[in-house]
Design a protein around this ligand. Structure first.
Ligand code: HEC
Length: 90
């Protein structure tokens, strides 16, 4: 019986994560490709090696932009970058 409850919860969680990543992708496309492209996320000597460092770097770059994002926006972009390029979750 337990599986019957767990499966919908997992589906709901992954739907939230994907919606967050989709929002992050939009924010990223609009704001984050002015100084560098996505190649910095996958280069051999990339600076960011864990999820905490990624959060810090996104905040730093976001401040360079002169915009002040909400934490949710930072989280969404972190989620997008992690899922698409860094893959720290796996
Ligand atoms: C004002 C210019 C500028 C903007 C705009 C900018 N960045 Fe950056 N970003 C940099 C520089 C400079 C580096 C360091 C690149 C290097 O060492 O070659 C960097 C590096 C990074 C890295 C680390 C890459 C690695 O080596 O692992 C991440 C992640 C990153 N930026 C995310 C973002 C995000 C997200 C945004 C949008 C909020 C953004 N950047 C917008 C200048 C910028």
């Amino acid at each position: 019986m337990k599986q019957l409850i767990i499966i919908p919860v997992l589906l709901a969680l992954s739907a939230t994560t994907n919606a967050e990543a989709a929002k992050g992708r939009q924010l990223h496309e609009k704001n984050c490709m002015k100084c560098h492209g996505t190649e910095v996320y996958t280069r051999e000597k990339r600076m960011v090696n864990n999820r905490d460092a990624l959060v810090k770097q996104v905040k730093r770059c976001q401040l360079n932009l002169g915009v002040q994002w909400f934490n949710e926006d930072v989280d969404a972009v972190v989620q997008y970058l992690d899922q698409t390029f860094y893959k720290f979750d796996k």
